[in-house]
Design a protein around this ligand. Structure first.
Ligand code: NBP
Length: 467
């Protein structure tokens, strides 16, 4: 047998990716640790080649072999790599398409290089549907090995504006890093939409039907995105009893690891990703429902009621969401830029953001503007410093301010939107209060301070106790 590629891991993602590859004319071998799953898949889908051992799987592939792992991240990937090393030949390629932590990918890349095996760490986004009909793909690793699978990846990926949503990122862990950034932005986007929904409901006193129409309308303009689209869809659904399903769903949201990784990384690199952090914290808060119920009976809301006309509120919400969304993307992408400097990835963001235009959860019309803004601006420190986006922010920042202030007065938590406003205000402050922090540090720890009118580091005897 001389199959083009093999997929190990036949859960939701692996099976659908294998079928997507087969639909695109590739001959695909499949294997799964629990072999009854291979039987199930083989009985349903004749176009896949079932195999029942790692050896027969590997022998079914043409050389250099391309082995695509789509298994649970962490230990399973390392265990499979160990088994594969035994049976693969020099020059063969192992591809990890799961949600691996990028530091594991860097480690595995180095380890496999020593063994003569090539490795690609590939971010895949789009869930089950994306995997089956076109995901966004973020390949990282050895570029010449990528050449072996480039056509397969581009053909199975989503297409947007005539281009595949798949572009080579850079070496070692860069593809998984970009996927992690994608997930961080996804958390932020979901939270901000949720805050707007809550505001329209509680401050605007709008019912689901009215809110649904707002999101549907927004999806025709600059806010057009997958998450706005599905929100409009969700708001339509009624149960058999005729009540909105959304109103019956418990307000507790869980999470997996990638959001947490973004925060850990941001702390390590000293980058402010406050909107993403707020989104993750909001999920933590959501999960302590019983504590929240207790608190709601004890702590008064002390609101200052605000009266805003419904139409005006919708307009404020639209402009605010747009500005806050810019900040969320700016923060995530800034982290990517800093990581690129640290790991010498030399990435081109104007190209890489195009990956997100289709197939993935954060796909949005304004990614075209982001790509163009980076291209037009050359080297910029931050997305919000590109001419297109600072003009957009300047024309709508007042609305974000009004919306956040209305929410604060009404006692509605809009922690992600507030974080976006706080970020812009911090970023545009040329003269902050950090002089006091320098002074405090010097006071209690003799950490010294720098001055506005002199070069060097100084210490002052604040208490008069030092000799
Ligand atoms: P899961 O993440 O649930 O993993 C299940 C697969 O891992 C099964 O095929 C299972 O084999 C295999 N596996 C495990 Br668990 N331990 C193994 C081991 N020690 N050796 C070999 N195989 C082992 O599947 P998924 O939801 O399809 O996701 C696959 C990857 O894609 C994950 O990294 C996930 O984070 C990522 N991802 C998922 C989505 C999504 O929407 N689900 C989206 C994007 C990325 P078994 O049948 O023998 O237990």
């Amino acid at each position: 047998m001389n199959n083009d590629i093999g997929v190990i891991g036949l859960s939701v993602m692996g099976t659908n990716l294998a079928l997507n590859m087969a639909d695109n004319g590739y001959k695909v071998s499949v294997f799964n640790r629990t072999t009854s799953v291979v039987d199930e898949v083989a009985s349903k889908y004749e176009k896949l080649t079932p195999t029942y051992s790692i050896e027969s799987f590997v022998n079914s592939l043409k050389k250099p072999r391309a082995v695509f792992l789509m298994v649970k991240s962490g230990k399973p990937v390392d265990l499979l790599i160990e088994q594969l090393i035994e049976v693969l030949d020099e020059g063969d390629i192992i591809i990890d398409g799961g949600n691996s932590f990028y530091k594991d990918t860097i480690r595995r890349d180095k380890y496999l290089k020593e063994k003569g095996i090539n490795f690609l760490g590939v971010g895949v986004s789009g869930g089950e549907e994306g995997a089956r009909f076109g995901p966004a793909i973020m390949p990282g690793g050895d570029e010449s090995s990528y050449g072996r699978v480039k056509d397969i990846f581009e053909n199975i990926s989503a297409k947007a504006y005539g281009e595949p949503c798949c572009k080579f990122v850079s070496k070692d862990g860069s593809g998984h890093y970009l996927k992690m950034i994608h997930n961080g932005i996804e958390y932020a986007d979901m939270q901000m939409i949720t805050e707007i929904y809550t505001l329209l409901k509680h401050v605007g006193k709008m019912d689901n039907d009215e809110i649904q129409k707002v999101f549907e309308e927004w999806n025709k303009g600059e806010l057009e995105s997958y998450l706005i689209e599905i929100t409009a869809e969700i708001l339509k659904v009624k149960t058999d009893e005729g009540v909105y399903l959304l109103d019956k769903i418990l307000d507790t949201a869980s999470q997996k690891g990638t959001g947490k990784w973004v925060n850990m990384e941001a702390l390590e690199l000293g980058i402010d990703v406050s909107v993403i952090t707020a989104a993750i914290n909001a999920r933590f808060m959501s999960s302590i429902k019983s504590e929240r119920i207790k608190a709601s009976n004890i702590i008064d809301s002390n609101v200052n009621s605000v009266s805003i006309d419904k139409e005006a509120l919708v307009e404020l919400a639209k402009n605010s969401l747009y500005v806050a969304k810019i900040v969320a993307y700016a923060q995530g992408l800034k982290l990517m830029v800093e990581a690129s400097k640290k790991y010498d990835w030399n990435i081109d963001l104007s190209e890489l953001v195009k990956i997100f235009r289709g197939g993935c959860i954060i796909r949005a019309r304004f990614l075209n503007d982001i790509s163009k803004a980076f291209k037009d601006s050359g080297e910029v420190d931050n997305l919000i410093m590109t001419e297109f986006f600072y003009n957009e922010i300047n024309s709508r920042l007042k609305d974000l301010r009004k919306l956040v202030s209305a929410s604060v007065n009404e006692g509605i938590p809009v922690t992600a939107m507030s974080a976006a406003l706080g970020y812009i205000d911090s970023y545009r402050t040329s003269d902050s209060g950090a002089n006091l922090i320098q002074a405090q540090r010097d006071y209690f720890g003799a950490h010294t301070f720098e001055m506005t009118d002199k070069e060097g580091h100084f210490h002052y005897d604040w208490t008069g106790n030092n000799e």
